[in-house]
Ligand binder design. Structure first.
Ligand SMILES: C[S@@+](CC[C@H](N)C(=O)[O-])C[C@H]1O[C@@H](n2cnc3c(N)ncnc32)[C@H](O)[C@@H]1O
Ligand SMILES: *[C@@H]1O[C@H](CO)[C@@H](O)[C@H](O)[C@H]1NC(C)=O
Length: 402
């Protein structure tokens, strides 16, 4: 073995100063660290959370003040109460308060892994909210394409279209009513295919500002303002509302408008929203206990005032020529999902308590108050579910008949 007699070419401790080996070690270590980060952290996720944190820190103080003051809107359950509280312009005030809520809430949602502002039922117990949202959106796409529920949705993430940026002739259109930042639409596009044009409407310009950075086409409109005059008759191939149904003042009017814009044979889906268990035995706003729970749950979901039952949905939509295809309440899947998100919330609050000690921006105190409320509100929502009053969440699928 002649090799063993050779001196080591680049001994780090050799007398020839720092050679190649000296550089190779830190470079290798650095590369390894980057690789490890890449394995441990989802880059897109880190970017999203960083962006949310940046936005939170940059929020003007006034936005927080407005936000904290907007909370009282959730205690009013009827037109009369709103009028008594806010006077003549109550509709205007109510809307403004909701906008103030969303200005702040959208970034906190992003921080706790809930960029799309809803808690998905827990389909895959080994995964967090974000992946379960994708599973749900995969199912939503199937419903919109007039398919059934898929019993094996657990690899939904892997079934996303290969190239989300593929250019194709947009021959079909889907509309999300109350589209938030357009994140759900964007995800849905990857399941629907590149030939679908993704359209959204939302009241709040603040969220739409972010939506405009995505491959979606959004319009700033009030979902209660009929008709949706920028949409022609029979020109949409699927529509849904994910989490904004509680803002819908008049269900029949809404069903009528969906019947106008949808092509025959296409579907409208109430996707994952608060659902009253029963018209008579469920949520009853005359009962003070029920009201307390509903008000807390609304705060939790930054929700509107209306909590419809399956029966009410079916009555409104069948009146306008829709066929009721499917309904489901998520039960245990939802309860566990909510508990899981609450655990995240507790973790985030602990972390923030540490950071709050050096709170340079002066925003974390308010944030902590808000997180505490969130915890109480989760309790309210779970109690309402256990008492079979109302639940978050249910889905209802309707198909426009030919
Ligand atoms: C719970 S969020 C759900 C948003 C979106 N679907 C998501 O999950 O990210 C409810 C949305 O409804 C919007 N909204 C509330 N009232 C509205 C109205 N009158 N017209 C249109 N959008 C409204 C809010 O701005 C908010 O984006
Ligand atoms: C569109 O539909 C509405 C209601 O269904 C109807 O009154 C109106 O005439 C239709 N408009 C056109 C241009 O067909």
């Amino acid at each position: 073995m002649s090799q063993s007699n050779k001196p080591l070419a680049t001994s780090p401790l050799g007398g020839r100063g720092c050679g190649l080996f000296c550089w190779a070690v830190p470079i290798l270590l650095f590369a390894f660290a980057i690789r490890l980060c890449g394995l441990l952290l989802d880059v897109e996720d880190v970017y999203e959370k960083g962006f949310a944190l940046y936005n939170i820190l940059m929020l003007p103080h006034q936005a927080y003040e407005d936000f904290l003051q907007s909370y009282d809107v959730y205690t009013h359950a009827t037109d009369q109460e709103l009028e008594d509280a806010y006077g003549q312009d109550w509709r205007e005030v109510e809307m403004r308060k909701h906008k103030h809520t969303y200005t702040v809430v959208q970034y906190y949602c992003a921080l706790v892994g809930c960029q799309k502002m809803y808690v998905a039922p827990l389909f895959n117990t080994l995964r967090g909210n974000e992946e379960n949202q994708v599973i749900f959106e995969y199912q939503l796409a199937r419903w919109l394409k007039a398919g059934d529920w898929d019993d094996q949705p657990f690899n939904a993430c892997a079934r996303r279209a290969e190239d989300p940026n593929a250019v194709a002739k947009k021959t079909k259109r889907v509309l999300e009513v109350g589209c938030g930042q357009g994140r759900i639409l964007q995800e849905l596009g990857r399941f629907l295919g590149a030939d679908w044009k993704l359209m959204g409407m939302n009241l709040d310009g603040n969220q739409l500002r972010h939506a405009k950075e995505r491959p979606v086409e959004v319009t700033m409109r009030d979902l209660n303002h009929m008709p949706y005059d920028w949409i022609a008759n029979a020109s949409v191939n699927g529509a849904y509302n994910l989490g904004a149904m509680t803002f819908q003042r008049d269900l029949e009017e809404h069903a009528q408008e969906m019947a106008r814009i949808l092509t025959p044979g296409s579907r409208f889906v109430v996707a994952c929203d608060w659902t009253n268990f029963d018209d008579e035995k469920g949520l009853n706003l005359k009962d003070l206990e029920h009201r307390r729970l509903w008000s807390g749950a609304r705060r939790l979901g930054a929700a509107g005032r209306y909590c419809y039952s399956e029966k009410e949905y079916v009555a409104a939509f069948t009146k306008y020529n829709f066929k009721h295809v499917h309904s489901e309440l998520y039960g245990v899947r939802y309860v566990q999902a909510l508990r899981d998100v609450n655990v995240l919330r507790v973790l985030a609050a602990e972390w923030m308590q540490l950071v709050a000690k050096v709170d340079l921006f002066g925003v974390l105190d308010q944030a902590l108050t808000m997180m505490q409320r969130f915890g109480t509100d989760v309790e309210n929502a779970l109690e309402a579910h256990d008492r079979k009053l109302f639940t978050y969440c249910g889905s209802h699928v309707f198909e426009l008949q030919r």
